[in-house]
Design a protein around this ligand. Structure first.
Ligand code: ADP
Ligand code: ADP
Length: 217
């Protein structure tokens, strides 16, 4: 049966890094709503242009368009074996919509690792983050430097610093996370799906823990 895993945690917790490290091992698709919005913006679609008006301020893109985009993505054949969801859901109504979508596939969310990292560490992580232009792979100038500065180890694309990783916007993203996304901690805890993972450990240690959780799920 397909497996759906929701990686929950604040901006900069390491969701994208971990999803890239473990998706292949479990034949799961890494579905990142932030990456999907950025791909749309690169292609200058209406969705991309709309999303950008929210992303540039660190606000959430409205639920209806976000949910429709995820529905379309999860319906593609490459998600047949399941997905590692990174950055979705971010509100209780997105979580309800996800449960409805998956029940249409006779499936459900199997596990929600909640990667926690204190707010002080997030600013440093995001201000040192370098993102790959093609595949959305992420590096950190201090904690996970690419072999060659400015070049993605995985696909050779150029690395750039996201506009919304500036300290000003990051502060608002953390505020938005605290107000709108943290209710999901209780949402999934009350459904016995939440497992807390200490995201302050090294990238390798966090992946080992996640791999063992996914194997058991
Ligand atoms: P998220 O997807 O949750 O926003 P990322 O995976 O993009 O987070 O990670 C944010 C930044 O922190 C990146 O620059 C990444 O290289 C770095 N990072 C990720 N995990 C760790 C970790 N365990 N320790 C130190 N830095 C990390
Ligand atoms: P991070 O990896 O740092 O958590 P993301 O790449 O996931 O950041 O998200 C970047 C921006 O994209 C968010 O600040 C928000 O504007 C938008 N976004 C991403 N996912 C969602 C979502 N599920 N609902 C609404 N907006 C979203």
């Amino acid at each position: 049966m397909a497996k759906y895993i929701v990686l929950l945690g604040p901006p900069g917790a390491g969701k994208g890094t971990q999803a890239d490290l473990i998706a292949e091992k479990f034949e799961l698709q890494h579905v990142s709503t932030g990456d999907l919005f950025r791909e749309n913006l690169k292609k200058m679609t209406d969705l991309g242009k709309l999303a950008q008006t929210f992303m540039s301020k660190g606000e959430l893109v409205p639920d209806d368009v976000t949910i429709a985009m995820v529905r379309e993505r999860l319906n593609r054949t490459d998600c047949k074996k399941g997905a590692l969801l990174d950055g979705f859901p971010r509100t209780p109504s997105q979580a309800d919509a996800l449960a409805d979508m998956l029940s249409e596939f006779k499936s459900k969310v199997n596990l929600v690792p909640y990667i926690f990292v204190p707010a002080e560490a997030l600013i440093e992580r995001l201000s040192g983050r370098w993102t790959c232009k093609t595949g959305g792979h992420v590096f950190h100038e201090k904690y996970n430097p690419p072999r060659m500065p400015g070049v993605c180890d995985l696909d050779g694309s150029e690395l750039y610093q996201r506009d919304d990783d500036k300290a000003e916007t990051v502060k608002n993203r953390i505020k938005v996370y605290n107000e709108q996304t943290t209710p999901l901690i209780e949402y999934y805890r009350s459904r016995n799906l939440l497992v807390e993972v200490d995201g302050t450990k090294s990238i390798d240690d966090v992946s080992k823990e996640l791999i063992s959780l996914v194997e058991k799920a």
